[in-house]
Ligand binder design. Sequence first.
Ligand code: SF4
Length: 668
Amino acid sequence: MPRVLRGHVRVTGGIAGKRNSKAHVDIVETTIDSTLHKITTTMNPAKPSPDQVILASAPWPLFNYPSIQLGTLKAYLKKHLPDVTVAAHHLYLKVAAAVGYEVYREISKRSWLAESIYASLLYPQQMQSIQRVFNAETRSSPLLQTIGLENLSRRVEQASHACLAEIDWQKAVLLGFSVCLCQFTSSIFFLQRIKQRIPSIPIVIGGSNFTAQSAGQMLTVFPQVDFIIVGEGELPLTELVQHHREKPRPPEKIPSIDGVVSRQTTTDSTLTACRQVQDLSALPIPDFDDYFKLLKRLGSNGTFFPTLPFEISRGCWWKQSRGSDNPSGCAFCNLNVQWQGYRSKHPQQVAAQVDQLSSRHKTFSVAFTDNVLPTQTSTKIFTDLSKIPKDLRLFAEIRAATSRERLQIMRAAGIEELQVGIEALSTRLLAKMNKGTTAIQNLQTMKYCEELGIRSNSNLILCFPGSDEADVQETLRVLQFALCFRPLKAVQFWLGLGSPVWLSPGAFGISARFNHPNYRALLPAEMVGAVDFMIQGYRGNLNHQKKIWKPVQKQLKTWKAIYAGLHKDPGAGPALSFRTAPEFMIITQRQHQSPALAHRLEGRSREIYLYCAAHRSLGQIRRHFPSLGEERLLKFLQMMVDKRLMFAENGRYLSLACAVHPGNLSGN
Ligand code: SF4
């Protein structure tokens, strides 16, 4: 699936604690130092209770989603250690409510911007370079520009202090933070302050920010962290909690646990091998109660209808485990570096759990967090979901090679929005990316989404290393046929640690790779020098790439404007559509700043057009219409391509118009 820096949810680290609302009222206005002092004195001489675990998630995940990481881990711990109390603290929701949802949303949209806020609080000596990052990242946000970094940071700091004050961290036998993209500096901020005042509290972190290699490095620069979980959190965290419950003891006395890196272990693969839940169906239903309780406490001014995250599967079946010498999967993707293999829940379980969660939390919106949906069972899953007597609003990510029939079932189940793994509109570039798809497949899926009323929020990657003029020319050509569909979003390629491009830089024209320069702007040099971060910078033909991709970037802007113009009237329907009867059909082609065109097709012409609703090879068309001479057939097809009513690629043809009544067409 397309990957932008805004995070993917992942199940790893996380932990929580008990809230003292009275203390909150008393302490909220105080400074951090006095607050923590007050906690220490108020709570003393409370001894750590052996059965309390605190899980927490710092800003900047999307505030309107409970954390799938915390919800899954909490449910797992409750099931396997029923006498342990687990509290899941969504610190990010508290901060969002305090700084205002609109401001928070603007910040959380961009990774570097998000990291710059807490960086300015942690490393004020680097304010100049942090300010530069902030300025660059807020270019398109007048709201944040007006508030300014200093003001924003102050507001965020106050909100964070309030969070710190209202949680009784001291009671935790173990504190865990889930740290994914955008949560690096915010997590350091919270952890530093907690550890400063409660040095004995054992801290574990985990999340998509950590690989086996970087986990060991992180420990060298974060004295406040005792353990890092690599990969999935359930099994290692449960074991870690058990050890801490048995007998409170310092971290160095905890025996080594597979999947956990500590100062006493090495990063040896036997210690850091992924420990995964083999059967996802054995996982309990995620527990989001803490998030919803917090939301209720925020009162009517802070209320909104959240989206429930739900995972059907983990890993990616497109990325087969062939070892790092022969990396597979999409060349730009590092989403699965912590996972081995692909696992999914039993289809029967999915609809039942979604139904249960939706009823419990009285919300219809559900976002599937899967990197890629299961191929074998998706049809059954969405058929079952469509039988739930609720008007669900669903979101998922799919690969572009998804059939119309399946999309139709997904739509009936409530899919309103999809992120389709488009990434490129050039077949030769898609091959370099190892997407396993072609431009004609991408156009076909974009058409299906348009036709079925599914909003496709998908990306086009610019400046992919190793792309060339021919890729750009092909992209520009195909773009002309895509203008009638919802525009793709331009995303600059970024180099992910552990991705196939990162593993074989030379094959993609990359001569050197290193931590992204923004880390150096935001963090102290010694930290950047010691850790391999997930977002990498590189030397290669970047300037050349930027130059050759400029026309595409420009064209994407035009596309957006054209599409908006053609859809000013919300009931207008697809820009290229058809109505059909048994003897004839009329294709309507609405045009930018020109009158709409209407094309009538009759007899065989109509039949061929309908036959190519899914892309067909010339051979297939000829076999289907044996009485037509090849010359006549090719002439007709070429005419349709010239009018941009069909798209042709490598001897395959796709009709581009969307059915006005898609329900009348059979799936393909
Ligand atoms: S490798 Fe898998 S998860 Fe990554 S972008 Fe490709 S399909 Fe999606």
